[in-house]
Ligand binder design. Structure first.
Ligand code: G3H
Ligand code: ZN
Length: 291
């Protein structure tokens, strides 16, 4: 039977295969095209994420429609995902036709996050859309972070997943949004394993930019099957633009093309590192037929 291309399937297959699927943010047509091209070239499933930077800039609906327009008609194994959605945005995303949503209630007190996430899950599931939620909070890169105020609590995670019915849980385990100053990350692998064991759902690690490959593999082995990265790919795009304009005046389009080229390479490298390269449904089906 044909496996449907859904966010749940991507993550379930990743869990069964011992790898993680990348969730990467789009920012404009060229960065969306770069993620789609990387997915096709490396035959990798991918979450195309509409996230916190693009929404105030373009608006949720325009960002979604642009991503859908770029994706439709391509062979990419991709779903469109709302990243760090607010309460209002998740309902708008369901109306628009997002394939997958994240409701981020991590700023709320625990009981309120639980209650609100539970309601979001009920509504999203009635549309057949899976939900990622966040517990604990992922800090922005800075020095002197008090991790005890951010780490996901294992007992709370158990209750949160059991009572909300959330499909994937984004946890805080020592990784930050953005790139840290160079100090080793206080990545708590044991905490990830405990959360996996008590919740039974696939875990999501945000802020995967600048995280050493050995930490990424350890996190996957501990139960992380979706990894969100943005900054590293944005930097790759920016490098392409800067290198083009460092050569003197050039057309805007030349700079964009080189940014896109460098972002495709950087995205493929991440897909290989996460183990999802070669794992698209199309590849799996072709290999099954050849057997
Ligand atoms: O939700 C998006 C990611 O968590 C991005 O984090 O920019 O540190 O890679 P990053
Ligand atoms: Zn994030």
């Amino acid at each position: 039977m044909m496996t449907p291309n859904t966010a749940e399937n991507y993550v379930a297959r990743a869990r069964a295969g011992g790898y993680a699927v990348g969730g990467f943010n789009m920012h404009n047509p060229e960065t969306t095209q770069a993620l789609i091209a990387a997915s096709i070239r490396s035959q990798s499933p991918v979450f195309l994420q509409v996230g916190r930077a693009i929404v105030p800039h373009m608006g949720l609906e325009a960002a979604y429609r642009m991503t859908r327009r770029e994706l439709d008609g391509t062979e990419a194994d991709a779903v469109i995902h709302l990243d760090h959605g607010t309460y209002g945005e998740v309902f708008e995303a369901l109306r628009l036709g997002f394939d997958s949503i994240m409701f981020d209630g991590s700023h709320l007190p625990f009981e309120e996050n639980l209650k609100t996430t539970r309601y979001v899950v009920q509504v999203a599931h009635s549309f057949g859309v899976p939900v990622e939620a966040e517990l604990g909070s992922i800090p922005d890169a800075s020095n002197g972070i008090d991790w005890s105020a951010h780490y996901t609590n294992v007992d709370e995670a158990e209750r949160f997943v059991a009572e909300t019915g959330v499909d994937f849980l984004a946890i805080s385990a020592g990784v930050m949004h953005g790139i840290s100053s160079g100090d080793p990350l206080p990545l708590d692998i044991e905490r990830i394993q405990h959360i996996r064991d008590v919740t039974g759902v696939p875990l999501v690690l945000h802020g995967a930019s600048g995280v050493p490959a050995s930490d990424i593999s350890a996190a996957i082995a501990a139960g992380v099957h979706k990894l969100n990265a943005d900054t590293d790919l944005r930097h790759a795009f920016r490098r392409g633009i800067e290198e083009t304009w460092a050569k003197g005046d050039r057309q805007f389009e030349d700079a964009m093309s080189e940014g896109k080229r460098q972002m495709i390479e950087a995205t493929i490298a991440k897909m290989r590192e996460y183990g999802c390269a070669g794992a698209s449904t199309a590849t799996v089906l072709t290999e099954a037929r050849a057997r």
